[in-house]
Design a protein. Structure first.
Length: 448
């Protein structure tokens, strides 16, 4: 549900008229606004029209009618449960103080009254609730179109699926200085003043917003000209959110070592995969900072897992269905987790992709599902390893590549000679989405 905060809404002159009665309805007075407009862009499913809305109170719900637009329906229990007054919602934490579970079907309204930017409802229990018109519009749930639109906005907008020929690389990049505030560093290499100015903070927030938009749409972005310092990857990652600590620590070094605990710490080829799928909640975003790279080979490879799933759905629907229905196990040392290779949301849209062959556990499935699973899995492997899906990028010192670990597969070609040293870190997707929504509200005026 979208929050109750948002831009100020202004209205034109109000013309009062009676609420139309429905079966079991009550008499009330409402204010059909000639127009609802906003001072800044707002999360809306359609633009306002000059035709005034009218309301119809039925036995269990309120209907909002607008000429040429879908009818929005709101159950009384839903409206009462989402009252935003200080008695029902704590003003500082924005958390609910009351719930309407005692007798939901008994909740009835008595009157609807006009407000400057919405409506107020008087309930049979004597309580009064006020609802902003834009908030009602943004949270309309009675038709699939509005719910899908809200889902896209809450999750950052629709992703742009890509392959090697369609991704706009290397333009998916941003300068380090565009996302980092000015600070007084010990060596002064990142400082032009003793402290960050307000203007600088606003500018870098805009830069962070542009960065997050690229990551949301494409799942991949390059931060350029990052200082070649130990643990600088943590500073970059913290511009998105809190560092995710894992069994590899708050950060990790990707370089060749003897008796490596991970294939990544060797010179061998590293096949396309996602990290830590053997965790209950794998990290959302990964950051890799190139400190040294004078080796022969060792190119990074990236594949859009959502594009793979999308194409598989068209090419082999049977394999697609199998991988959405059958869970596969991933393991590493004492970790073990089962999940679907392709995840769908409640509307049947692709919401997750899980692929890490090097951490595959022995499938633990009923006998009759083993062969169909392997047949379907083979189709995914074929697509993942098709060169047309692979973006190749040779990391150079000063680059931090950032990618969505729940969508983008990463890999590396084998290398030899010279030295190759990257430092990595993780941030959870929840932190990414929180920052994204906050900056969307700040710069686009969209209350999400």
């Amino acid at each position: 549900m979208l929050r109750r905060t948002g831009p100020v809404v202004t209205t034109n002159a109000i013309t009062r008229h009676q609420l139309r009665l429905g079966t079991g309805g009550v008499m009330a007075v409402v204010d059909p606004r000639a127009q609802w407009t906003t001072t800044t862009p707002l999360l809306r499913r359609w633009t306002a029209t000059a035709t005034a809305p009218h309301y119809e109170a039925l036995t269990t719900h309120l209907e909002v009618h607008r000429s040429g637009k879908p009818v929005d329906k709101y159950h009384y229990v839903w409206l009462r449960d989402n009252c935003g007054c200080n008695l029902c919602l704590d003003p500082s934490s924005q958390q609910k103080k009351t719930h309407q579970w005692a007798n939901p079907s008994a909740i009835k309204l008595t009157t609807v009254q006009p407000e400057s930017n919405g409506i107020s409802i008087n309930w049979a229990d004597g309580h009064t609730s006020r609802y902003d018109a834009a908030w009602l519009d943004a949270n309309a749930y009675s038709n699939l179109e509005s719910r899908k639109y809200r889902k896209e906005m809450l999750h950052g907008g629709k992703e742009v699926l890509w392959n090697a020929s369609t991704i706009p690389w290397p333009s998916l990049s941003i300068e380090y200085d565009a996302i980092m505030p000015l600070v007084a560093d010990a060596d002064k290499s990142n400082a032009t003043s003793a402290s960050a100015t307000n203007k600088n903070l606003i500018d870098v927030d805009k830069g962070v917003y542009q960065w997050l938009v690229m990551l949301q749409r494409y799942g991949l972005c390059l931060v350029k000209n990052v200082p070649n310092r130990d643990k600088e990857v943590l500073r970059v990652a913290e511009r998105m959110g809190v560092i995710r600590d894992t069994i590899f620590g708050r950060y990790f070094d990707v370089q060749t070592v003897e008796n490596a605990i991970n294939v990544a710490y060797t010179q061998q080829v590293l096949r396309p995969h996602m990290d830590l799928l053997y965790y209950e909640t794998p990290p959302g975003f990964q950051f890799l900072h190139c400190l040294v790279n004078d080796a022969q080979g060792g190119e990074n490879t990236f594949v859009d897992g959502f594009k793979i799933a999308h194409d598989l759905r068209k090419l082999d629907p049977k394999a697609f269905d199998t991988l959405t229905e059958v869970q596969h196990a991933f393991t590493y040392r004492n970790f073990y987790q089962k999940r679907h290779i392709i995840e769908l949301d409640e509307d049947g849209d692709i919401s997750g992709f899980n692929y890490c062959p090097q951490c595959d556990a022995a499938p633990d499935l009923p006998f009759e599902q083993i062969q169909p699973f392997y047949d379907a899995y083979a189709r995914v492997v074929q697509l993942v390893n098709d060169p047309k899906y692979s973006l190749f990028n040779k990391a150079k010192p000063g680059d931090v590549v950032v990618f969505n670990n729940r969508r983008i597969l990463h890999a590396r070609t084998a290398f030899s000679g010279g030295r190759r040293h990257l430092q990595g870190a993780y941030v959870d997707r929840d932190d990414f989405l929180s920052r994204y929504r906050m900056l969307t509200r700040k710069f686009d005026g969209i209350a999400v």
